[in-house]
Design a binder for this molecule. Sequence first.
Ligand code: HEC
Ligand code: HEC
Ligand code: HEC
Ligand code: HEC
Ligand code: HEC
Length: 179
Amino acid sequence: MVLILALPPVVANGQQAPVASSRYKAPVISDTGALKGPRQPIFFRHDIHAGQDQIPCMYCHYSAAISTEPGLPSLQTCFGCHQLISGSTPSHQAEIKKVRDAWRDRKPPEWIRVYALPGFARFPHMRHIKALGTQSCTTCHGDVQHTPQIEQVSTLRMGWCIQCHIKNNVSRDCSVCHY
Ligand code: HEC
Ligand code: HEC
Ligand code: HEC
Ligand code: HEC
Ligand code: HEC
């Protein structure tokens, strides 16, 4: 129910009601070239969606806790809001137009993957969320709520995995992580 309450309210005539943003206001970014991480096909900002507008991570990455692959949201998830929300500034409007065009053309954006392990390593995402909690995202992905553009903040090296497994008393058998 937290999920429903945290969604930005949209009034019936299609206009966006003021979104509660007393806690955090995402900054205006004029120099996107200075941001770390790969430039995505649409400048989708986590600091606006997950930070300012408080949309829970699991609203978009709902399979993170039930699947080995957390997955990226479908365009339908975006369009559910963006057929009504067109943006409050010219730069937001320009990026949101890309979402609407993609929907119209049935051409979902090809997001560039940031966190990816080599195929020979096994990482059951949902087991980690179950053990560490749905608030544990920051442990491995950093302060996403205040990040305009996703970048890799953990090494994803074997030593990084092992360190935490030692701390949590989890198996370090080679076969646990390697096929
Ligand atoms: C409104 C939908 C939405 C919400 C809410 C959201 N995300 Fe995302 N997330 C995306 C989209 C779209 C991408 C792909 C584009 C990108 O990398 O920015 C993504 C990418 C990511 C990635 C990088 C995936 C990869 O390896 O390429 C991580 C990590 C991530 N999100 C974590 C989070 C966390 C943690 C939260 C909550 C604090 C969150 N997301 C909330 C839509 C969302
Ligand atoms: C213990 C570390 C850890 C935690 C905690 C964690 N992740 Fe991940 N996440 C990873 C790793 C490692 C990958 C790369 C997995 C791979 O390539 O197989 C990943 C991949 C992703 C991706 C990329 C998309 C995909 O299908 O692989 C998203 C999105 C994501 N995580 C979101 C989240 C969210 C949301 C949370 C919190 C609910 C979270 N993660 C918690 C380590 C973690
Ligand atoms: C729950 C509602 C909701 C969902 C779902 C949602 N958005 Fe948004 N989005 C918003 C709100 C609210 C704003 C802020 C609009 C403004 O004030 O300009 C926004 C702003 C944006 C902007 C402009 C700011 C920025 O982030 O650069 C883009 C682009 C955008 N959304 C893309 C997406 C994409 C792509 C998805 C799907 C992965 C998505 N949105 C899903 C509510 C949503
Ligand atoms: C922040 C701590 C943390 C990090 C980082 C981490 N893990 Fe884990 N991992 C855990 C915990 C806690 C469990 C136990 C989950 C459970 O009890 O089901 C676990 C369980 C696992 C399991 C299942 C173990 C079994 O007994 O079946 C695998 C496989 C695994 N992790 C792989 C990885 C890989 C690969 C990495 C690095 C890419 C990694 N983990 C990084 C905390 C972590
Ligand atoms: C907790 C998970 C985990 C366990 C346990 C684990 N590994 Fe790994 N291993 C990884 C990950 C993730 C990678 C890929 C990232 C990297 O290369 O550091 C990797 C990479 C490797 C590589 C390739 C290194 C390279 O530089 O390309 C070898 C070889 C390897 N592991 C051997 C082992 C052996 C042998 C064991 C048992 C003693 C073991 N691993 C236990 C997660 C694990």
